[in-house]
Design a protein around this ligand. Structure first.
Ligand code: NDP
Ligand code: HSE
Length: 434
């Protein structure tokens, strides 16, 4: 059968990784897809820039639309990143009747509803496995492998750069900026690394997973997002003493008639598998009513691992090219007319446990004042430690039981206004994941 021609937009970390994997495993890939897959055209920003892959047989251009409009391109692979240009080229590709594979989570989280509607209308596929958790086939697992379940919750470490930073700070005592620079050098970080650090990238990915897990439209704007830039080595060490690891988690949970959608630093009991997922590795726990908890683990970023997911999508796409489009697996797992508009909970309504660190005067009555405020908000304390240090101010570390966030907000405001409390109170949410 005739080979399939790809037009790749972007030959950076993931683009070149994809070209390399397609070359290296060409025979295995063709055996699976039923025909060869060739990269014939590619768009880049700078033609002369050095590449980490061979471009000898690829016609290069600086105009992505030239690739998208080329009659000899069967499938467009979008690996430029960003929102606007990516949206324009993907919609144009769809209008031209071409299938699309993308690793762009920002694009899918923000414009996915529009893109999938257009793709459905035109009978083409838009595949996005690489957009979530790098090389881990988490989209396929949730969308197809768990299709018999009512999914109750999922939680995951879904940003490799952030996990790399937290691991190196905790295990090696390295400085935040130093580790971030290394993650950028290794090609893990986003073009704008604040996306990694401030949780925006993780929120993009959580938005996508929640949509295919619960059958809801993509709603990035309703995802609560808190980054890791304020996590200190001191808190990582205190958490460790209490038996917890600090991880940056994305959590989506079905509660009553609504959905929690939140990304934030989280204390997790050290004995949980996911607490021991280190470096650039990602892991996602998915709880289904029939299967129970399942764990997916692997490289969350980097050239070859991400290319692994892109190429898997390509194989799926090529297999579907000769099939009736109405038999496609729906983009968001559920049939487009069966998506439910469940409300996304405001963070004030979410219930979770907390780690608090206060710096307080070391004098009689201070602890009593602190516990009185917590008791008034019906916040139950699970652990309380006062550290022995030289000086008049001592760190007090508290771990609470679960409480609604609105109550914790009220308590924190009152604690912060105590004369005996100095500096800003540190608060990190805590999940037992059971
Ligand atoms: P890079 O910055 O390494 O590569 C981007 C590529 O796009 C470059 O080749 C660049 O050209 C090209 N490009 C940018 N703007 C234009 C333009 N206007 N016209 C033509 N070409 C353009 O990014 P990554 O490979 O890291 O990321 C690509 C996508 O994959 C992003 O959406 C990212 O979020 C996603 N992703 C990345 C992962 C990773 O580990 N890096 C993992 C999972 C997903 P030039 O080289 O000439 O500058
Ligand atoms: N910047 C992302 C990360 C790339 O570090 O996880 C993978 O999506």
């Amino acid at each position: 059968m005739k080979s399939v021609n790809l037009g790749i937009l972007g030959l950076g970390t993931v683009g070149c990784g994809t070209v390399n994997v397609l070359h290296r495993n060409a025979t295995e890939i063709a055996r699976r897809a039923g025909r060869g897959i060739n990269v014939t055209r590619a768009a880049v920003r700078t033609l002369e820039a050095p590449r980490r892959c061979s471009v000898d047989d690829i016609e290069l251009t600086t105009d992505p639309l030239e690739v998208v409009n080329a009659d000899d391109v069967d499938v467009v692979v979008e690996l430029i990143g960003g929102y606007d240009l990516a949206r324009d080229v993907v919609l144009t590709a769809i209008d031209n009747g071409k299938h699309v594979v993308t690793a762009n989570k920002a694009l899918i989280a923000l414009h996915g509803n529009e893109i999938f509607a257009r793709a459905h209308e035109k009978g083409v596929m838009v595949a996005f496995e690489a957009a979530v958790a790098g090389g881990i086939p988490i989209i396929k697992a949730i969308r197809e492998g768990l299709a018999g379940n009512r999914i109750e919750w999922l939680a995951g470490i879904i940003n490799g750069t952030g996990n790399y930073i937290l691991t190196e700070m905790g295990e090696e005592g390295r400085e935040f900026d130093d580790v971030l620079a290394e993650a950028q050098e290794l090609g893990y970080a986003e073009a704008d690394p604040t996306f990694d650090i401030e949780g925006i990238d993780a929120a993009h990915k959580l938005t996508i997973m929640a949509s295919i897990a619960f059958g809801i439209p993509l709603q990035f704007d309703k995802t609560f997002t808190e980054g890791i830039s304020r996590v200190s080595r001191e808190d990582v060490a205190y958490a460790d003493e209490l038996g917890y690891k600090v991880k940056h988690l994305g959590i989506a949970r079905r509660v009553g008639e609504g959905i929690e959608l939140r990304v934030h630093p989280t204390l997790i009991p050290r004995h949980r598998l996911v607490a021991n997922v280190d470096g650039v590795t990602n892991a996602v726990v998915v709880q289904g009513d029939a299967v129970g908890p399942t764990l997916y683990y692997g490289a969350g970023a980097g050239a070859d691992p991400t290319a692994s997911a892109v190429v898997a999508d390509l194989v799926d796409t090529v297999r579907m090219m000769t099939a009736d489009p109405s038999n496609q697996v729906p983009h968001l797992a559920f049939q487009p007319d069966a998506l439910e508009d469940l409300p996304i909970l405001d963070m004030k309504e979410v219930e979770t446990a907390y780690y608090l660190r206060l710096l307080a005067d070391d004098r009689p009555g201070v602890l009593a004042e602190i516990t009185r405020i917590l008791a008034e908000q019906e916040i139950s304390i699970e652990a309380l430690v006062q550290k022995r240090v030289e000086g008049e101010l001592v760190p007090i570390i508290l771990v609470t039981h679960k409480v609604q966030e609105s109550r914790m907000n009220a308590a924190q405001e009152q604690l912060q206004s105590l004369v005996a409390v100095a500096g800003e109170i540190v608060r990190i949410r805590l999940e037992t994941l059971d």
